[in-house]
Ligand binder design. Structure first.
Ligand SMILES: C[S@@+](CC[C@H](N)C(=O)[O-])C[C@H]1O[C@@H](n2cnc3c(N)ncnc32)[C@H](O)[C@@H]1O
Ligand code: SF4
Length: 378
């Protein structure tokens, strides 16, 4: 039986952070009730199409899934368990924001089978948290973390950011030291992306805030890699680090271009040889589901050339690199047939290493991955 991964989008937050352009909105109880009803309808609509597939991983993301009542999450997962084959289920992650957790929620998550929590922390410097619009303090994070541990959660991710306004190298270093001292299993470390529609972008454009320059940004990245490696974390993807055996199985499915279904507002899927995506407005999403129609806005076929290119581009995000044997088994040819010149070019300019089993980015390549990726496009 084929496996698939399921992403479930909860587009609600307590309040919008100043840097974030994910599909998420400040919570409103009327909208929430209707949305959750329709989300459950959408899941049921896929029952037949996925009757030959078995569910491997679930990621409940957002938004902030932990900011809604836990009964919604229970109903949602019960519906998922009733709808799909479950004999292969290995990981259920829920994204949570430290300001939104309490003992009741945490114990309900555990009971329903959630076995991985991803905490959005960003920094443990309260002045920085405040300046990027976070609703919590570093103390809130520690309290949430200990509550999760007490309830038995033994697979916790912490999202951190660098390149934040006025952030210094020492701020990042002390945040990493604290997080590592808690022995978290997984760390995602993202460089701030200045997204056009955000408050931070507007302030920056109007000269109202300073951001670390490119050199400092790269120093932050490479010194974090060194520090985390020295402390027992494997750097396994451009922005991700884990203790051995704690890589995120759900995200690995994306990076390995395995089948996934995304449900909820603006979710994307890669299934049945095509890519398709949902509407991004509540009105259209709800309206279609009320008529029991799929809330899909568009789709495109993925031809062989595109599938190969995506496999390579996502493979390069992994620190191990593109697995040559996996490439051969999947596409029935050697990677050199198609990419010999590209590989030689970037080996020559020091951006990739071509070893016996893998094609992977060098340290310099990690900073210039987009230059390499372009050359793998069809
Ligand atoms: C969809 S958010 C969900 C997490 C949860 N809502 C929270 O913030 O606590 C996932 C992560 O994306 C990262 N992120 C969001 N906007 C970003 C941006 N503009 N640049 C870099 N990383 C960003 C943050 O680290 C965030 O925790
Ligand atoms: S970073 Fe998380 S909490 Fe903040 S607005 Fe984005 S999704 Fe919501």
């Amino acid at each position: 039986m084929n496996s698939f991964s399921l992403y479930i989008h909860i587009p609600f937050c307590e309040k919008k952070c100043y840097y974030c352009d994910f599909t998420s909105f400040a919570k409103n109880s009327d909208m929430l009730e209707k949305y959750m009803l329709n989300l459950n309808k959408e899941i049921k609509l896929y029952k037949e199409q996925l009757s030959d597939y078995s569910l491997r991983t679930i990621f409940i993301g957002g938004g902030t899934p932990s900011c809604i009542e836990h009964s919604y999450i229970e109903t949602l997962l019960e519906n998922v368990f009733k709808t799909f084959h479950m004999d292969n289920l290995a990981e259920i992650t829920l994204e949570a924001n430290p300001g939104t957790l309490d003992n009741k929620k945490i114990s309900s998550y555990k009971k329903i089978g959630i076995n991985r929590i991803s905490l959005g922390v960003q920094s443990l410097k309260d002045n920085l948290l405040n300046s990027i619009g976070r609703i919590h303090t570093s103390q809130d994070f520690k309290e949430s973390f200990y509550m999760l541990r007490e309830e038995g959660f033994d697979n916790i991710n912490v999202d951190l950011m660098f390149g934040l306004p006025h952030q210094k190298l020492i701020d990042l270093k002390s945040t990493l030291e604290e997080v590592v001292s808690l022995d978290v299993e997984h760390i995602s470390l993202y460089s701030l992306i200045l997204e056009e529609e955000t408050q931070i972008f507007k302030w920056y454009k109007n000269g109202l805030l300073e951001l670390p320059d490119e050199d400092l940004d790269r120093t932050m990245y490479h010194s974090s890699i060194k520090f985390l490696r020295e402390n027992g974390y494997e750097h396994y993807e451009i922005s991700n680090f884990s203790k051995p055996g704690y890589e995120c199985k759900h995200n690995l499915a994306y990076w390995k271009i395995k089948p996934y279904l995304g449900v909820g507002l603006n979710s994307h899927s890669n299934l049945f040889g095509k890519r398709f995506w949902n509407h991004s407005t509540f009105t259209e999403y709800n309206c279609l589901l009320e008529k029991k129609h799929f809330p899909v806005e568009g789709e495109e076929k993925i031809d062989r050339d595109m599938e190969i290119a995506e496999f390579c581009i996502m493979g390069l995000r992994l620190i191990k690199g593109i697995d040559k044997l996996e490439y051969r088994n999947r596409f029935g040819e050697d990677i050199k047939n198609r990419y010999d010149n590209v590989i030689k070019k970037h080996v020559h300019n020091g951006l990739i290493i071509d070893d016996y089993n893998y094609v992977k980015l060098t340290n310099k390549g990690l900073d210039l991955s987009n230059i390499v990726e372009v050359d793998f496009m069809p």
